[in-house]
Design a protein around this ligand. Structure first.
Ligand SMILES: [Zn+2]
Length: 251
């Protein structure tokens, strides 16, 4: 029995010790300058691979930010009033881990996270039926959600309804087709993966995504990385084609 107890002790300690060592080795491997993540403000030798079809130079090893997160964080900073210190009501749908803690700290009490799964956010919310009155939010940020939602047009109308008259919304989707393709009768995950790129996507958007937003009443300004970042910033912060375009919407 004593032998057994000793083994159990080692078994408990060793994995932690190994885990710590691996973390250290990983830090050494990725440390040094070269790449810079504007979200966590840390440098690294390179970004990690990420994705169903793995992309090189994608994920920040420190905070998990991907290409699109780094792009939108820079946009928030350089192109919007999000961090001007004035009180705001901000709705963040399906909150990304790399943003949530920082946004909560920067915005304070007005920061509301929402998700269809209530364990993932402060408020349980179906974005096609938002349980808030008209003009509730100064800012709405919803990224890579609408491609999962059957009635995305209704969700867009709901965002329009709850957005304040002088507010703004950033509603991002992956644009991976020449024209939007969708077929709501397809529910087989394998078929969705084949047609729409992911098992839980219900469509692939094309550039006509902007027209859907406009149909919902929103004015849309489309911005790309090169509109507000230098070539050096784009390279250093790992902003690539998959970062996508930014859809800045107002009433
Ligand atoms: Zn980071």
């Amino acid at each position: 029995m004593p032998h057994n107890i000793e083994y159990m002790t080692i078994a408990r300690v060793l994995p932690k010790w190994i885990e710590q060592l691996l973390r250290e080795l990983r830090s050494i491997y990725y440390s040094k300058v070269g790449r810079y993540c504007p979200v966590c403000e840390q440098s690294s030798r390179k970004f990690s691979r990420f994705g169903i079809v793995p992309r090189k130079n994608a994920e920040c090893m420190w905070c998990g930010a991907l290409e699109r997160h780094r792009l939108i964080w820079l946009y928030f900073n350089k192109m919007t009033n999000l961090f001007d210190g004035r009180p705001k009501r901000v709705l963040h749908v399906a909150p990304e881990g790399c943003f949530e803690r920082r946004l909560k700290k920067l915005i304070g009490d007005g920061y509301i996270t929402a998700d269809i799964n209530d364990s993932l956010a402060k408020v349980k919310m179906d974005i096609t039926d938002i349980n808030y009155p008209e003009e509730s939010f100064d800012v709405i940020y919803c990224s890579h959600v609408l491609e999962h939602v059957a009635d995305d047009r209704r969700a867009m109308r709901e965002f329009y309804r709850v957005l304040k008259a002088n507010g703004w919304a950033i509603l991002l989707v992956p644009v991976t087709a020449e024209m939007t393709i969708e077929d709501l009768s397809i529910s087989d995950p394998a078929e969705r993966l084949r047609l729409f790129g992911q098992e839980d996507h219900v469509r692939r958007y094309g550039p006509d995504y902007v027209e859907r937003l406009r149909e919902a009443g929103l004015r849309v300004k489309v911005t790309t990385a090169s509109d507000f970042l230098s070539d050096k910033e784009i390279l250093q912060m790992g902003i690539t084609g998959v970062s996508g375009e930014i859809y800045y919407c107002t009433k």
